[in-house]
Design a protein around this ligand. Structure first.
Ligand code: FDM
Length: 212
């Protein structure tokens, strides 16, 4: 029941191409859950605050070069270094809204030509999300929104490959949201899906690990 100290939080992941609206929708979801009185936090990967995160950040802003395998494993390590805190938060009842997770890891690296199985391997044993929300937008439309910055992956040609790789990762459990609807419509859809998931987790759905 709500308010029970034993009920756990939900692990909710937002995925999508750059400029799909993940970041705005994540903050909007956080406010929504807080308004309802839920304990919730907004997380994002890469988490640039750690030492590993700073290496990733410097790579993304083209200030350093790294071998493609190496950066893939750093992204994964950046999730591993948060795994135990993530589990503690969830078990003590905090819902986590996470802007990008292992699916970004696999989609962006397999877009470079790595095999999906190789990309997934270092993610095995991380916590599995209770919900994956995919903000669906065509790469051309995302590019048309402007604001592709100067970061390494923010190029139409590469985003097209990433879109394809995301499609190869979808399964029936993902909620695919049309990211080109008016913002308020997207918000409403996400709120309903998320509330449902939070309730299911409160009722005792067990936590599980990737990659299943
Ligand atoms: N990215 C993100 C990856 O390549 N692998 C990962 O595991 C993650 C989490 O990093 F282009 C890419 C996706 C994006 C870039 O993401 C930084 P943000 O959301 O723009 O910070």
């Amino acid at each position: 029941t709500s308010g029970s100290s034993k009920s756990r939080g939900a692990l909710i992941v937002l995925e999508g191409l750059d400029r799909s609206g993940k970041t705005s929708q994540s903050s909007s979801l956080l406010k929504y859950l807080e308004r309802l009185g839920h304990s919730a936090e907004l997380w994002r990967f890469p988490d640039r605050s750690s030492n590993v995160g700073q290496m990733i950040s410097s790579y993304l802003s083209n200030k350093s070069q790294l071998d493609d395998h190496t950066i893939h494993l750093l992204f994964s390590a950046n999730r591993w270094e948060r795994r135990s805190l993530m589990e503690t938060k969830l078990k003590t009842g905090t819902t986590l809204i996470v802007d990008r997770y292992s699916y970004s890891g696999v989609a962006f690296s397999s877009a470079k030509g790595f095999g999906v199985e190789w990309c997934k391997a270092p993610e095995i044993g991380l916590l599995a999300p209770d919900l994956v929300l995919y903000l669906d937008i065509q790469p051309e439309q995302a590019a048309g929104r402007g604001g592709y910055g100067s970061e390494r992956y923010e190029q139409l040609e590469f985003q097209r490959k990433v879109a394809q790789c995301y499609q190869d990762l979808y399964d029936a459990s993902w909620k695919i949201i049309d990211a080109c609807q008016p913002m308020e419509d997207i918000e409403k859809q996400l709120q309903n899906i998320v509330l449902d998931c939070v309730t299911t987790c409160q009722k005792g759905k067990p936590l599980s690990n990737l990659w299943s």
